[in-house]
Write a protein that binds this ligand. Structure first.
Ligand code: ADP
Length: 374
């Protein structure tokens, strides 16, 4: 039986709110998206009220999940800060004990004051790009696998809310199961736990989310998922350097960022913006990777520098950030990822896998040297 919006509204009608009326009448609900039994909506309240509404969010979540035919629900509590009001508190709870604030002594209203460490995860690194289409997601996945090959316990979070590509890149699109505490159990593929908003909602639904909803969904994917013990969680960031990306960089307790760029000037300018965005929120850039660095002929192996070459290396030197390596533009990287088999899995002994592992080794090394702030 297909679930529809009316059933969702009816289920929410039984939930009381701090405003003295039932949830559908409180004037706080976003549009309710229902696709194939997946339900998504947000409860939008002022930041000052957020704590009082967390219980309502949890009840709404449970009520929706109890509707026959609902396979998954994502109920986000978004707290919008009015100019001059108190800083937004964390809106997730689910029994997660607040961990130590990452930056000891950070003022409560600084961006860093909002960050919480995630229990069990030693390092979170962002893979970012100034613009889309540079191969950020492909690089994030192969890099995660390279770090796994180097003996680390690694997870992957696809936070590219505008175009979640991890389900396609790993050839899996299943909804995560819930454990007894209603926490999501990440999908395991290639020996790594992975989460993507693409597992939860249809891609078109993800596209229309507003900034606060994006952040709330990402918080859920960080804190309401049973990640287990991880040495590194690789976060595939949404491309670009706009407000959504800045908020994410502020609120996720990142140890560092890796910037993916192509050699073209334009992409490099965007990469520069990426570096300064992370610098703004005090996240060190672990380095730049030049993707599609040169064309490698699949027949003869000849290398052609079709975009010019060395741009990212020079840029990294100029900006004083490490240059991590060059990944060629090669048909096997594309066909492997598009078939749900990243090149580290399809050809683990090949030259491309070796390049990713060499980059992974530098990141592992840098993580050991970046001072822990937890
Ligand atoms: P982004 O996350 O930056 O939007 P993707 O990782 O989705 O980019 O990559 C865009 C396209 O480019 C995909 O079809 C992918 O397979 C391909 N691609 C990425 N890196 C390479 C590479 N080094 N060689 C060949 N194709 C690549």
């Amino acid at each position: 039986m297909a679930v529809d919006q009316k059933q969702v509204v009816a289920a929410l009608g039984a939930i009381a709110t701090p405003r003295g009326v039932a949830l559908p009448q409180a004037g706080v609900l976003s549009d309710i998206a229902v696709t194939d039994g997946k339900v998504f909506f947000s409860i939008n309240v002022d930041a000052a009220e957020a704590r009082a509404w967390e219980d309502v969010r949890a009840k709404a979540d449970a009520a929706v999940r109890a509707i026959p035919g609902v396979v998954t629900a994502l109920v986000a509590l978004t707290a919008e800060k009015r100019p001059g009001s108190a800083p937004a508190p964390h809106t997730h709870s689910h029994g997660v004990k607040p961990a130590a604030t990452r930056q000891q002594g950070a003022p409560a209203d600084s961006p860093m004051g909002k960050q919480q460490a995630i229990p069990g995860i030693a390092n979170i690194i962002a893979v970012a790009s100034g613009k889309g289409g540079v191969g950020k997601s492909t690089t994030a996945l192969n890099l995660a696998l390279a770090l796994r090959d180097l003996g680390l316990r690694v997870g992957l979070l696809d936070a590219d809310i505008y175009g979640p590509s991890v389900p396609r890149l790993i050839g899996v699109n299943e909804k995560p199961a819930l454990n007894a505490d209603k926490k999501m159990i990440p999908i395991r593929q290639f020996g790594m736990p992975m989460m993507s908003i693409g597992f939860l909602v249809a891609e078109e639904t993800a596209m229309v989310w507003r900034g606060p909803m994006v952040m709330s969904a990402i918080r859920q994917m960080l804190w309401d998922v049973v990640w287990g013990e991880l040495d590194v969680l690789v976060v595939d960031m949404p491309p670009g350097t706009g407000d959504a990306q800045l908020t994410l960089a502020q609120q996720v307790p990142l140890r560092g960022a890796v910037i993916v760029s192509t050699p073209q000037d334009l992409a490099l300018i965007d990469a520069r913006r990426g570096i300064s965005m992370f610098a703004k929120v005090d996240v060190p850039t672990l380095g730049i990777i030049e993707n599609m660095s040169y064309f490698e002929c699949p027949e003869c192996g000849t290398r052609s520098d079709i975009f010019g070459h060395g741009g990212a290396r020079h840029e990294a030197e100029r900006l004083g950030v490490p240059f991590l390596g060059e990944i060629p533009l090669h048909i096997s990287i594309r066909t492997a990822s598009d078939a749900g088999m990243p090149v580290l899995e399809s050809d683990p002994k090949g030259t491309h896998a070796a390049i990713y592992r060499a980059i992974g080794a530098q990141i592992k090394d840098r993580l050991a040297r970046v001072p822990a702030k937890v």
